[in-house]
Design a protein around this ligand. Structure first.
Ligand code: UD1
Length: 436
């Protein structure tokens, strides 16, 4: 199993190009099921979760042609769902269990074929993460759903889903995406209220529009979808990954240095920009040849100030950057308080950060961090994707050598994080084999 060995204490300098957004790409891939014509997606990050989602579509009968870019960070995929429906319309457990986002094929399959069988995703390291809101919404649209032998067995007795006026109990990115896709082919006009407004949903909605869907209220909490009879193929470039961009901003904030991020969307990381500015980092936005750029500067020796953070749905502070910002705040002077309001079990990185020397305490969904704490390298292991990123950031700060084990979590969501960090001067090596 691969691991990363990091020698800390080097400031980061140079440029990093942000890859396409994993969490935008996943629903966009599922949306290709809504048409028999070819959907070509560009800027897909070359990460394990994207490969898994493409395999889920292949298991359903799609033809997928992949083309990787030269650096190996991104790929394009031409997806043809023409032959889907000839087989069993089943998304199997062995693929779904490795990635919860596979549940996103349910809405498109029901909308186009009136039936689907999708394995329930099961547990997850960061919390229970049920899919009840996905299923309730689809049931209201006319689907008959039962759970049998671990599978969601769904069918639409009337053949075609019906529009609904639906208010989500709480904000859910995945449930919004699933119902939005289902509504594009439903009969009538659907209103989705209290919908999530994460940038990835705007990207999905724009892909659906390019496929011929009639959607109003994009990027607002109320999506209005006029169902159409059929959708068609198109080409779509996925937006840049705000969480990847945010992770590199946190790396520079913690380790010090001066880095320009290329192809970033500053508004998507506004809550993090605000926070890092308040800790004392200098952030500058400008327009580059390849789109907007974001520069972050923190000179070594410049102290960071402690700040409080509460995670909440967009545009508030994203839960997917909570672990990384905790690593930064271990280096800030004073007491910082982080409240996690989205996932109940998302502080597992805290214990590993403590092993590196962080001074913190967890009380339920609150973390209290006292800094700055001198960190010293040791072997750590991560339980989820973003926790792994936090440990890398801590390793960049720690004196001596830090080994991050179980980096398959990282490879699920970050395209070449080790190579991108090497490119800005970090001493980080991928070591194959051995260990746990
Ligand atoms: C997505 C992101 C994930 C991010 C999360 C929150 C993808 C592939 N993943 O996950 O990286 O951390 O948004 O921004 O885009 N919930 C229910 N019932 C449901 C669905 C959700 O109770 O049917 C709860 C969850 O347990 C959680 C909250 O709602 O407490 C928000 O989850 P949700 O927004 O649905 O997260 P995901 O779409 O799974």
């Amino acid at each position: 199993m691969d691991r990363l060995v990091i020698t800390g204490g080097t400031a980061l300098r140079g440029r990093i190009r942000v890859s396409g957004a994993k969490n935008a790409a996943l629903p966009c891939i599922a949306a290709a099921l809504l048409t028999e014509e070819t959907v070509t997606l560009r800027n897909l990050p070359a990460v394990a979760d994207i490969r898994t989602m493409l395999r889920v579509l292949e298991a359903l009968g799609c033809g997928v042609e992949r083309v990787a870019d030269e650096a190996g960070f991104e790929l394009s995929a031409a997806i043809s769902a023409q032959a889907v429906g000839d087989g069993g319309l089943q998304a199997p457990y062995d693929l779904v269990k490795t990635m919860r986002a596979s549940i996103l094929v349910l809405g498109p399959l029901l909308a186009r074929f009136g039936r689907a069988s999708v394995s329930l995703p099961g547990g997850c390291a960061i919390g229970a993460r049920p899919v009840n809101m996905h299923l309730e919404g689809l049931e209201r649209m006319g689907a008959a759903i039962l759970i049998d032998k671990g599978y969601v067995e769904a069918s639409v007795p009337g053949g075609r889903l019906k529009a609904i006026d639906h208010t989500f109990d709480k904000v859910s990115v995945g449930a919004t995406e699933n119902l939005l896709m289902a509504a594009t082919l439903a009969e009538g006009t659907t209103h989705l209220r209290n919908a999530a407004v994460e940038p990835e949903i705007g990207d999905l909605a724009r892909l659906l529009q390019a496929m011929g869907a009639a959607i109003e209220g994009i990027d607002t909490g109320t999506l209005v979808v006029h169902g159409v009879e059929r959708l068609h193929g198109c080409e779509h470039a996925v937006i840049a990954d705000r969480i990847e961009a945010g992770t590199y901003l946190c790396a520079v904030a913690a380790a010090g240095g001066d880095v320009v991020l290329d192809r970033v969307r500053p508004d998507d990381v506004r809550a993090l920009i605000d926070l890092l500015e308040r800790t004392g980092c200098v952030l500058t936005e400008r327009m580059g040849q390849d789109g907007p750029q974001l520069r972050i500067q923190r000179e070594l020796g410049q102290k960071l100030r402690a700040k409080d953070v509460t995670t909440a749905p967009h545009p508030a502070f994203p839960t997917d950057l909570q672990a990384q910002v905790m690593a930064v705040l271990t280096q800030a002077s004073g007491i910082s308080v982080i409240k996690e309001t989205i996932f109940e079990n998302r502080f597992q990185h805290a214990m590993e950060l403590e092993r590196l020397g962080a001074n913190l305490r967890i009380d339920g969904s609150t973390a209290i961090i006292a800094g700055p704490a001198p960190l010293t390298g040791c072997t750590v292991m991560a339980t989820d994707l973003r926790a792994s990123a936090a440990l890398i950031i801590a390793g960049l700060v720690a004196s001596g050598e830090t080994t991050v084990d179980r980096i398959y979590h990282l490879d699920r969501g970050y395209a070449g994080i080790d190579r991108k960090l090497q490119g800005v001067g970090a001493r980080i090596e991928r070591v194959s084999g051995g260990s746990v």
